[in-house]
Write a protein that binds this ligand. Structure first.
Ligand SMILES: Nc1ncnc2c1ncn2[C@@H]1O[C@H](COP(=O)(O)OP(=O)(O)OP(=O)(O)O)[C@@H](O)[C@H]1O
Length: 603
């Protein structure tokens, strides 16, 4: 993720809050709330501003005329004003807070749905914990801005401008003194604000780092415990949290300085004005009531300015948060459907072809994971891909699922270049049974239906039966409705695999990608999984990353990969004959009962 470039120095001020512009479309979408908020804001400010006028009249006329009726009237008016102010403030609170919550919900939804569309290459370099932190912490900061800070800022801005105007009307000469003081107050506040923003962004970044580490460690807490690394994890997390705290404290220090500085400037100006005003009253050039009124306006203006300076810091903080969210929203998915997709033939046949395919992962651009891959697989054929670790077998799957596009060459499905087909349509023609099965929080039935959302219970049960999973699911405490936990920790390896097979059966795709588990299953589970797989493979094109001799023996063809290339191709019998071949060596070392079977096959 890149940092938003800073503009030239002259541009800085305009840029400071620019990331917040991103929020404007979210806000204007809710015109009713915005108008309601604006009306109540102006009403509240106008009522506040009319109070000092009433006060002057009371001082100048009310007390001197000793007219009880007049005083009663003024007080009655004040009560009406107070009621108006109360209603307007209440309404403002409601409109503004609702707007904030609404905007942030929309923003969260948009960021999440955008992240879900991003390509595998993005997730190769991004930490999921950090993304979650942006989704929660940064949006919360924006909520407080849209929800409260913006309204405080607006109210104080209106109050400040209104009070200044009324000051000029009340006493132009005294106002001159005040207006001269304004730049002296405002300029340093703006300058400070920029520093607050930079520091706040740092604080959020470090917090995101800490969150990312926590989610990683909690996700693999069993491994940490098994290696007795809890203390290590805790100390690393506390360091991250401390760093986040330091960054937050630095940000708070800057804000504290800004606040103190602003308050001092503002209130010393008020004192100066009071002093000059007092001289005027003494010399008889100004009435006591007018000075009182002016002073009240000056206090309003000063209070508003003080509040604005505080809010300015918060706005800067939110600008930092908006910037971080913008980075996520601006991240374009690399893998997208073409504007005019070529439709895949119907009914699907399941023919797969790699034509001179080379590919390097974007995170390691100089290093080819596969190069010059050339093979084709006929509909219904079962092909085993074997090779040492790191040979590029899984990369073949990633290219088929179009998680990445090849750097050179073409991957075809039923004759169509995958890049030219609609992404969803192409992917829907594959079903994958991965080695490491992800089980999501939800029931056993939900987990199977994941392959085809909206599938009926009958379809789910049927798939489970075919996958040899029905029996163990029925034996769970609530059968198909048993929660299998966030990561399916209640299920064994063999059970997870059968869930994955049930998913693939339910998906009913013409091409099956099977990444055979390396972890040894007990003989019973193994038999069940094999039985389920045989059922699944019937009538489908199957590409299997094979680790078991039994699977290889059943394959129509074997592709042997090494260093990203296909180095041998044939059947088990033909490949075993080449005594110095890579396959022979691999079979002897890698496949469980390899040596024995090889000896048998060679006889
Ligand atoms: N997401 C990724 N980003 C960068 N490099 C990767 C990524 N995935 C795999 N690689 C690299 O690409 C090469 C091929 O990896 P691949 O996973 O395809 O091998 P494999 O044959 O499936 O290995 P194994 O049998 O151990 O799973 C390796 O050097 C690996 O380090």
């Amino acid at each position: 993720m890149t940092d938003t470039p800073q503009g030239e120095t002259g541009d800085r001020k305009r840029q400071a809050l620019r990331p917040l512009a991103r929020l404007v479309p979210y806000v204007v979408r809710y015109k009713g709330l915005v108008i309601g908020a604006a009306i109540s804001l102006v009403l509240a400010a106008a009522t506040t501003l009319s109070l000092p006028t009433a006060v002057r009249r009371m001082i100048d006329h009310g007390f001197s005329d000793a007219d009880g009726q007049l005083i009663d009237n003024y007080f009655a008016m004040l009560v009406v004003l107070a009621a108006l102010l109360a209603v307007a403030s209440g309404a403002r609170y409601y409109f503004v807070i609702t707007l904030g919550e609404r905007v942030v919900s929309d923003l969260r939804r948009d960021v999440f749905s955008h992240v879900m569309t991003l390509s595998a290459s993005f997730f190769d370099r991004a930490m999921s914990g950090e993304i979650v932190s942006r989704l929660t912490a940064d949006t919360t900061q924006i909520k407080s801005v849209v929800g409260a800070t913006a309204s405080v800022a607006l109210r104080n801005l209106i109050l400040c401008i209104g009070a200044l105007t009324m000051m000029v009307i009340t006493s132009p000469s005294l106002s001159g003194v005040v207006i001269a003081a304004i730049p002296v107050i405002v300029l340093p506040i703006v300058a400070f604000g920029r520093r607050v923003r930079a520091r706040s962004r740092r604080a959020q970044d470090t917090l995101a780092d800490a969150t990312a580490y926590a989610s990683e460690a909690i996700g693999s807490v069993r491994a940490f415990q098994a290696f007795t690394n809890e203390a290590l994890a805790t100390s690393r997390f506390s360091r991250a949290v401390e760093t986040a705290f330091d960054a937050a404290r630095t940000s708070a220090k800057t804000r504290a300085l800004l606040t103190a500085f602003a308050i001092f400037l503002v209130f010393s100006s008020v004192v100066a004005v009071l002093w000059i005003g007092a001289q005027n009253v003494l010399s008889g050039t100004m009435s006591a009531g007018t000075l009182g009124q002016f002073l009240l306006y000056a206090v309003f203006a000063a209070g508003a300015l003080g509040a604005l300076s505080e809010v300015w810091g918060e706005l800067q903080q939110a600008a930092g948060a908006a910037e971080r969210l913008s980075e996520l929203l601006d991240e374009d998915p690399l893998i997208v459907s073409p504007a005019k997709p070529v439709s895949l033939p119907r009914p699907a046949a399941g023919a797969v072809a790699f034509e001179e395919v080379s590919f390097a992962y974007p995170t390691r651009p100089g290093e080819s994971a596969v190069s010059g891959l050339e093979f084709s697989i006929r509909p219904g054929e079962t092909v085993a891909v074997v090779g040492p670790s790191g040979a590029g077998k899984s990369t073949v799957f990633a290219l088929l699922l179009r998680q990445y596009d090849p750097t050179a060459g073409t991957v075809r499905l039923d004759g169509v270049d995958l890049r030219e087909a609609a992404l969803d349509e192409a992917r829907s023609r594959f079903a994958i049974v991965p080695q490491d099965v992800a089980i999501f929080s939800g029931t056993a039935a939900d987990n199977i239906a994941f392959a085809r959302p909206g599938a009926t219970r009958e379809a789910v049960v049927e798939a489970a039966k075919a996958a040899q999973a029905h029996e163990f699911i029925e034996a769970l405490p609530q059968g198909y409705d048993t929660e299998v936990g966030e990561r399916g920790l209640t299920l064994s390896g063999g059970q997870r695999q059968r869930i994955a097979i049930a998913r693939a059966i339910l998906r009913d795709a013409p091409v099956l990608l099977l990444d055979e588990a390396t972890s040894a299953l007990d003989a019973e589970s193994e038999k069940l999984v094999q039985k389920a797989l045989e059922k699944l493979m019937q009538g489908r094109t199957t590409i299997v990353i094979a680790h078991r001799l039994a699977t290889i023996l059943k394959a129509d063809r074997i592709l042997v990969m090494q260093n990203g290339r296909i180095v041998e191709e044939g059947t088990h019998a033909s490949l075993s004959k080449k005594k110095d071949g890579i396959y022979s060596r691999l079979a002897k070392l890698q496949f469980d009962d390899g040596a024995r079977a090889l000896a048998g096959a060679a006889e």
